[in-house]
Write a protein of this length. Structure first.
Length: 153
């Protein structure tokens, strides 16, 4: 992504910048038992996106689900390089934020985690790619700029 388009405000839980393809989950996911940190694939057979890879994506999750052990699974995936490039939540989720914070502190690897309000979350989740600038005084998520149509005539 070279030229960002519309900017959407975000609440930063874990600071950082990232960009990548959007993977929008239909339901909450528990990283504990729901994500294989070795491969980055969703392993929860009952999840709508079972089998999908989160590696390098901007992962949209309405929230997480389940165990506080999800933090350790996320931290391990970040350490192994099989985690999302960034996580966008529909609501504050301390368990997800802790996993990303631990990874940053222990391994020096950052996976930004932000929260978007419902209208912006829904709009951005439908995008194919997203650029996240989760640092500074005005953190934002940038939708891709749509190509300009040449003038007709």
């Amino acid at each position: 992504m070279t030229q960002p388009g519309d900017a959407l405000p975000v609440q930063v839980l874990v600071a950082g910048s990232a960009d990548g393809p959007v993977l929008a989950l239909d339901e909450p996911l528990s990283f504990w038992g729901g994500l294989d940190p070795e491969t980055g694939r969703i392993t929860d057979a009952r999840h709508p996106q079972a089998g999908c890879s989160v590696v390098g994506t901007v992962l949209f999750m309405p929230s997480s689900r389940g165990s506080s052990s999800s933090s350790s699974v996320l931290a391990e995936a970040i350490r192994l390089g099989t985690a999302p490039a960034a996580i966008v939540l529909g609501q504050v989720d301390v368990i997800v934020a802790v996993g990303a914070m631990v990874s940053s502190e222990l391994y020096g690897r950052v996976c930004p985690v932000v929260v978007m309000e419902p209208p912006a979350y829904s709009r951005a989740a439908q995008s194919q790619t997203l650029k996240l600038e989760g640092r500074g005084k005005r953190p934002r998520a940038y939708l891709p700029r749509l190509p300009q149509r040449p003038p007709s005539g």
